[in-house]
Design a protein around this ligand. Structure first.
Ligand code: 3H9
Length: 686
């Protein structure tokens, strides 16, 4: 029985223990059959990921599995709970496997930038067939045991009967003479895996696998299973596994695995901090944002009251939500009953008094301090004692909002990202006076509505939007210096983001950025070149995709950006007016100016304590801004590149770009310090 809380990771001690137990059982004449199972709710979460960086992997998992497969007594794996990665590979090396129908199993190694390295790519196709194995290994998605053809020798419907039925299975096995069935003896019928199967699969995943290193290696490993005997296939798997393991992407993706978990470890509260019960939620504003937020709660079974002062706006908002659900139902993601159940949880009101009894209110109204203050004054007057009052502001000062109420300790920022029903990120913004239980409740609630929450402090734009500012600023400045927008966008796309800054700006609406700049004039007034081209485009009626023209042109009903030479002409005119000299931009310069300035802002944020750790910033960027997970997030990317290089590049542009360089490229003190000490952002703790 394995027992290594919390997830039965197959750490060194477990591997040593397995070898010892199996050898003892093999040497004990009274033992006829060896059963491997777990004392925890999980069978096993796989290899211990935290061991990978230590290099201390002896005895390694393949050795343990080799011992099991070649054992001369039957070895039976009883999967009493989920089995992932090396956990499932352990079961595949056994001679028999038993589980219950709804149990989840999978090979998620691809999500860690690697591939199953303990025989999974060789044994799974032998059992379940190449097509299903390929899909499981390359997608990393778990499946139910009952849906995994050919792998289990016994599947019970009722998990409560798993142990008794397993005992009966073992008794029968002994009765029948203890036959041993080794997966290595199975030969794959090559006709079931023609080369087209692999080429079609490659084509099918090309878009989602763009930029990733390990999916192609996963495919190559499964190809080896078809053509090679197990021993040679395992050798090929080991080579590909090591190739992945040594890649920066594996470091990045494994960093991200722990970063996501670490985001939930917050020092602002502890086990003894109470949690408020959130049984109902009020949302102010039934527009796109409010509606998206409401859907999260309805999806989690929490009733929502939506407030709009005008009945038509309320009806419209509820109508949009219904249509969203109907679209999901059409795609088969939601049953009609679920749709109706969720809609039944959504209620509307046109009066603030309708929010008097809710446990949490989230406002999603116009992004202006006066408006927010009016809303919070009303909420303070109407909401019951103990209700959490949250703002979905993406930039404004939560402390100022909190101070217009008599209960600032109940006020918090819950910054959802658009579309709020889809994006996984939630920035939880703690004000100076926000109480620990309100923070804890918000972090736990995020889990309930299936968001990844990151706790941040108050500053303009918090973490995500504050860091995106220099990124956009540099893209705009390079356009002014003569860079083609499509060149800038191509470099960023090739780096791995879903789209470049100009395509993104057009999609969001150039008027949005314009509005933000107008409200922050005093912070950018010293730079007359600041986004001048974008400002001019907005003034010329080119607000982006929604009006068919922005930095690019768009054909009706088509989101594909079409380069427009007029924009280069506008940039040239504006540059001449300002005396900005044209400059030739290499791909490297584009990348560094956009990404390193974003990282530099991250360094300020870290030192100011707005983010508690660099990995929190990474989580925000991957889940909120589509930063490629194979780079691990911007701070991990900087750590991988080397902070000395990031620092040197900042200094280079500071010195090369004249007044502009001096204004915007001063390296953050933390970046300078860590670079000089040869350290990483990951080493920094306040
Ligand atoms: C592999 O197997 C390679 C082999 O093919 C080849 C080898 C040669 N290792 O998620 P939770 C920690 S690669 C180390 O909140 P849940 C996790 O960080 C592995 N630590 O629990 C967290 O720590 P903390 C392939 C791990 O019940 C704590 O356990 N396997 C591992 O919600 C609780 O985790 C995977 O990729 C690990 N393998 O979900 C599976 N797993 O408390 C990765 C977890 O300090 N794991 N921890 O924050 C998971 O998907 C989920 O953790 C699991 C449990 C579904 C298992």
């Amino acid at each position: 029985m394995m027992q290594n809380a919390p997830v039965n990771a197959l750490s060194k001690a477990v591997r040593v223990g397995l070898i010892a137990e199996i050898e003892a059982a093999l040497n004990n004449a009274n033992v006829k059959v060896i059963v491997i199972s777990s004392q925890l709710g999980l069978f096993s979460g796989g290899a211990d990921i935290s061991e990978f960086s230590s290099g201390n992997l002896q005895p390694n998992l393949p050795e343990v599995l080799d011992l099991i497969e070649n054992a001369n007594k039957p070895v039976v794996a009883v999967l009493n709970g989920p089995a992932f990665g090396g956990g499932l590979e352990l079961a595949l090396a056994c001679h028999y496997r038993i589980s219950f129908a709804d149990n989840k199993v999978g090979l998620p190694e691809v999500n860690l930038g690697i591939l199953p390295g303990a025989g999974g790519t060789q044994r799974l196709p032998r059992l379940t067939g190449v097509a299903q194995a390929l899909d499981m290994i390359v997608s990393g998605k778990p499946v139910k045991a009952a849906a995994l053809n050919g792998v289990f020798d016994l599947i019970v419907d009722d998990p409560a009967k798993l142990m008794s039925e397993s005992q009966a299975f073992v008794a029968q096995l002994i009765n029948d003479g203890c036959e041993i069935k080794r997966v290595k003896d199975i030969e794959i019928d090559t006709e079931t895996a023609p080369s087209e199967l692999f080429s079609q699969y490659r084509q099918g995943i090309a878009k989602q696998a763009r930029g990733f290193f390990s999916p192609e290696r996963c495919i190559q490993a499964v190809e080896a299973a078809v053509t090679l005997p197990l021993k040679d296939g395992l050798q090929k798997e080991a080579e590909l596994f090591m190739e992945c393991m040594r890649s920066p992407q594996a470091r990045a993706q494994q960093h991200f695995f722990f970063a996501e978990k670490a985001a939930g470890h917050v020092s602002d509260y502890d086990k003894s901090t109470p949690v408020r019960d959130i049984k109902s939620v009020g949302i102010i504003g039934a527009g796109t944002m409010g509606g998206g937020i409401a859907m999260n709660f309805a999806n989690a079974g929490i009733p929502v009251v939506m407030l709009e002062l005008k009945a038509e706006a309320l009806e419209k908002g509820l109508g949009v939500i219904r249509r969203n659900y109907e679209n999901s139902a059409k795609k088969g993601k939601l049953s009609q009953q679920d749709l109706e159940d969720r809609m039944a949880l959504l209620h509307g009101t046109t009066e603030y008094s309708g929010l008097a009894d809710v446990d949490l209110v989230i406002e999603a109204v116009f992004e202006k301090m006066d408006v927010k203050k009016q809303v919070f004054t009303q909420l303070d007057a109407i909401c019951k004692k103990g209700a959490i009052l949250a703002s979905n502001t993406s930039t404004l000062d939560i402390n100022e909002i909190a101070d217009c109420t008599s209960r600032p300790e109940d006020v918090i920022g819950l910054h959802f990202f658009s579309p709020a029903n889809v994006m996984k990120l939630l920035e939880v913004v703690k004000g100076e006076k926000t109480s620990a239980d309100v923070i804890k409740t918000s972090m736990q609630l995020a889990k309930k509505i299936r968001k990844v929450a990151v706790l941040v402090g108050v500053c303009f734009g918090f973490v995500g939007n504050r860091m995106i500012e220099p990124y956009g600023r540099e893209a705009n400045r390079m356009m002014l210096e003569g860079a083609d927008p499509e060149h800038v966008d191509r470099v960023i796309y090739d780096f791995g983001l879903p789209m470049g800054p100009f395509t993104m700006g057009d999609m969001a609406g150039l008027d949005i950025g314009y509005f933000v700049r107008q409200s922050r004039k005093e912070h950018i007034a010293h730079d007359p070149s600041y986004a001048v081209v974008a400002d001019r485009l907005v003034k010329d009626g080119r607000a982006g995709l929604k009006v068919g023209k922005g930095v690019y042109l768009y054909e009706a009903g088509n989101r594909k950006p079409i380069p427009d030479p007029t924009v280069a002409q506008i940039a040239k005119e504006e540059a001449e007016k300002l005396g900005v000299k044209p400059r030739k931009h290499s791909d490297e310069e584009i990348l560094e100016r956009c990404i390193f300035t974003l990282i530099n802002e991250g360094a300020h944020i870290l030192e100011e304590g707005i983010a508690a750790k660099s990995s929190d910033i990474d989580v925000i960027y991957v889940y909120g801004y589509g930063f490629p997970v194979f780079r691990g997030g911007p701070m991990q990317y900087a750590d991988e590149v080397g902070l000395d290089k990031v620092y040197a590049a900042m200094c280079k542009y500071r010195d090369e770009l004249g007044e502009y360089g001096k204004a915007w490229f001063e390296p953050a003190p933390l970046l300078k310090r860590l670079a000089e000490q040869g350290k990483r952002f990951a080493d920094f703790a306040k």
